[in-house]
Design a protein. Sequence first.
Length: 277
Amino acid sequence: MSLNDFSIEGKKAIVTGGGRGIGRAIATVFAEAGADVAIFSRTKTQLDEVCKEIDLLGGNSIGITCDISDSKQVVEAVKIATDKLGSIDILVNNAGQVAVGPLAPLPEPKKDYEDIFHWPQNCGMTDEVLQNIMSTNLNGSVYMCRAVAPQMIERGNGKIINITSTSSNLAFAYESAYAPSKAALQMLTKVLALEWSSYGLNVNAISPGWFKTEMTNRIFKIEEMANSKIDTIPLKRLTDARDLGLLAVYLASGASDWMTGQVIALDGGESAIAYSN
């Protein structure tokens, strides 16, 4: 018996937002699995750190500075990645921004939220914040798909993995920009799966719950908030972002060739409770 269908060795991948958190975990796991990885991020120092880590693991990666909300930068960055690595087999749209705060000013500030997200509760979301969230979380993924898909279509195969969020399906207060942007990305996944299925492309999404990242570490410093959040997770614990990287390997491999247009929740069972109520 062979499990070669799960292999991504020799595949060429792009991971956006790969400088930290979930994106960094996916890029690292891909490299461990033998893929050549182009990592996109706006921050060069983070790119250098990830590429050094991958190099120490014996993997092959390149770091490319790119703001995916700028379509011209996306086209240039994809060209660099293709020139350096060859035709792209796998695209992971992970880059995103988070803004947690009231849409309109509120009379009673919530101190915990101000401490964690540095967001004054007596201020509503500005046009700039709303535009930045949508430009990165949705438009950036659209630009990436548009730039990478032609070479996949020409070749007759390719894997696109969008990283959404449990906020795509579960409503939380103070996410009036973030949640709609991720819900739109989830629908984009299904639309492109239908649009490109006859050309051999698989388009799927992962909907992460609460992972141990720089962002969640800030949140879980507040004991009350940490306990209340973990209580909503049936497995009663957080997990490392590496688990998400392992699922991404499956979606990037031939083992998932019969799967497209799907959104997989990786959240310790949290969404199962919500959907059953």
